[in-house]
Design a protein. Structure first.
Length: 259
């Protein structure tokens, strides 16, 4: 008896601790009902235990490790004599640059006012793109697969502590595929899945902590991310479609979402 062919990647991901919380929970539930996957996972656990047992793996001597680390260490840069700054060095434009840097050091939150995303926001956007890509690679795109919003919306009851708006945008070219749970920014969130031709649009939703603001869009490694807030909720749409198409999706969702 062998594991399900579409679960092999998840099997190794769970064994190595590489799955997010939602996918790990779903696959552990699958193991309880699938003897083939359970047997394969148990065999992989046993193999891993044998390989990592004391005396099996060969350890290089510490002297070799020290030699390799010394070879890989960068050569120290030559020290340069310090030069005293000329009295005019901080005049004009140099003074303005120095003042700007001083403000950024003292009040780093002001960096976002100049259009530069803060590290926290940039990190969240990267996490969203990673979850989007992982959902398409691990074959765990949806937990509930249907275009019927009257099935998808109540499915979230009891699974998240808020009520995400669920609509089908098939008339606007974005048919609803279903929904799932995901784990973003240290919390369980709702994810609605739409199609755009052969592309996937993930819409992540969770309660907002701030005031509403105008929609904004960024690009991350070939993926588009559009963010907006409405009705006390955060909405983050992620896809590999063109930015203008994802913006069109955001406008269609806002127009047709219930108030």
């Amino acid at each position: 008896m062998s594991a399900c062919s579409d679960k092999e990647a998840l099997l190794h991901g769970l064994l190595d601790g590489e799955l997010d919380a939602a996918n790990a929970q779903a696959f552990e539930a699958h193991l309880k009902t699938c003897p083939g996957c359970a047997a394969a996972f148990s065999a992989q656990q046993g193999l891993k235990a044998r390989i990592t047992a004391p005396g099996v793996a060969w350890r290089a001597p510490d002297s070799l490790r020290a030699q390799l680390e010394a070879m890989a260490a960068p050569a120290p840069e030559p020290r340069r004599p310090l030069r005293r700054a000329a009295p005019w060095a901080l005049s004009g434009g140099f003074a303005a640059i120095a003042a700007t840097l001083a403000v950024m050091v003292v009040q780093p939150n002001l960096v976002g006012l100049a259009g530069i995303p803060s590290p926290a926001v940039a990190g969240l956007e990267d996490e969203l793109v990673a979850s989007h890509v992982r959902s398409t690679l691990a074959e765990h795109l949806v937990d509930v697969q249907t275009s019927d919003r009257h099935v998808v919306k109540p499915w979230f009851n009891g699974r998240v502590d808020f009520a995400p708006p669920v609509i089908d945008l098939i008339d606007q070219g974005y048919p609803l595929v279903g929904g799932r749970l995901d784990y973003i920014d240290h919390r369980v969130v709702a994810a609605l899945v739409f199609h755009r031709n052969r592309h996937v649009v993930n819409l992540f939703i969770w309660p907002s902590k701030g005031e509403g603001r105008e929609p904004d869009a960024v690009a991350r490694g070939g993926y588009s991310v559009v963010h907006w807030t409405a009705r006390g909720l955060e909405f983050w749409a992620v896809s590999d479609i063109e930015a203008k198409d994802l913006k069109s999706f955001e406008q269609a969702f806002q127009t047709h979402a219930p108030s």
